[in-house]
Design a protein around this ligand. Structure first.
Ligand SMILES: [Fe+2]
Length: 368
């Protein structure tokens, strides 16, 4: 993509001068490429584009994560549950109740988890990384680790096959927004485990599990250095980039990105105050990205959000907040000066397949 912004834009019929503002009864609906960064059309409609029904695979899948019975919730020996997948990434949930009884190495991909519930420590070759609610936990592909549980876990995460998740370049924001790198928490290397013995590591390779048995403990590390390491980061430490006068899209809030996938957070912030500015997320079709979101908690415009709800919107499907919410928020203009949502979102370039394990899971109908 060019480093220069195109200002080429054409218009027909009734449109506001500034997008997402002064709609004057029009229903705004965005069709966009490359997330929200590429060529875009804003349609100004008469009717609500989110009133539809689907037939076939092209549909939203929405469910409460609390109803999932994962194998790692049933047994300490179990593993996380895959929810969605494509060639670049799988999206998982872990409901581990007890600590891993074995050491584990994932050589299929990097892992980035969001801690919806629970707390504990990721013990690894790098040391001990403590985590709790609201943390992201990143673990590099190939690192040997063990999840130690204090409070039972409800994790939502990605396993990337396309490359290592990295931080995007927050162009023009300086070094310390939307977060200061000092706020990343690193593992603390403790005492090396030096007792000789037989140490078994469960390895996931090409989706299958094998064992490697070492004669020295993988955590016999006396020191390490490098630019590849696990870390944790809490969403409370994120400084939300926002605008008073125009609603900014989710692409402003990306935390990690790998080829074909991004992980981002929509977090509490002040609402747009400019008269006429739309404050609820507009109707849209993201033509190049599937989207999976987890509601971590909070509320939006007086509506409490159901914690633990997971939703998949395939690319090209209409979504956003229902028109009734747009109308209510516009009417109650000054009633909501903040948005208190906590939503974790994953966007994928290639279409996602819904894992067959979700076939029997009860679906609900909620649109965002
Ligand atoms: Fe979206």
């Amino acid at each position: 993509m060019s480093q220069y912004r195109s200002i080429h834009q054409v218009r027909q019929g009734r449109t506001p001068l500034q997008a997402h503002r002064d709609l004057d009864g029009l229903v705004e609906d965005e069709l966009s490429r490359e997330g929200f960064d590429g060529p875009t059309t804003l349609f100004y409609r008469h009717g609500d584009p989110q009133k539809f029904r689907t037939e076939g695979r092209f549909r939203n899948t929405t469910f409460h994560s609390t109803v999932l019975k994962t194998s790692d919730s049933a047994s300490a020996d179990g593993v996380p549950q895959r929810l969605f997948h494509n060639d670049d990434v799988s999206i998982w949930t872990s409901r581990r109740q007890e600590s891993m009884p074995w050491l584990f190495r994932n050589v299929d991909g990097d892992e980035a988890w969001f801690v919806h519930e629970g707390s504990g420590t990721v013990e690894s070759e790098y040391g001990a990384l403590k985590f709790g609610v609201g943390d992201y936990v990143y673990i590099p592909k190939g690192a040997t680790r063990r999840w130690v549980v204090e409070e039972p876990l409800n994790l939502f995460g990605i396993e990337t096959y396309s490359g290592q998740p990295r931080f995007p370049h927050y162009s023009g924001m300086g070094r310390h927004a939307p977060f200061d790198p000092d706020l990343l928490r690193l593992p603390v290397l403790g005492e090396a485990v030096t007792e000789p013995g037989e140490y078994r590591v469960r390895v996931k390779y090409d989706g299958e599990y094998s064992d490697v048995v070492y004669q020295s403990h993988p955590f016999d590390v006396l020191g390490w250095k490098g630019d590849l390491y696990p870390f944790a980061f809490n969403i409370a430490d994120w400084s939300v980039i926002t605008s008073d006068s125009v609603h900014l899209p989710p692409s402003m809030h990306v935390f990690l990105t790998a080829p074909g996938v991004t992980m981002l957070n929509l977090l509490p912030r002040s609402a747009e105050k400019h008269p006429g500015a739309e404050r609820a997320p507009f109707h849209h079709r993201n033509a190049d990205y599937d989207e999976v979101s987890l509601i971590h908690g909070g509320s939006a415009f007086g509506l409490p959000l159901p914690p633990g709800l997971i939703d998949h919107s395939p690319q090209g499907i209409h979504h956003g907040w229902p028109q009734e919410v747009h109308d209510a928020v516009r009417e109650a203009k000054d009633a909501y000066d903040r948005v208190e949502w906590e939503i974790i979102m994953i966007e994928t370039r290639k279409p996602l397949r819904v894992d067959t394990s979700l076939d029997e899971v009860e679906k609900v109908h909620v649109q965002f």
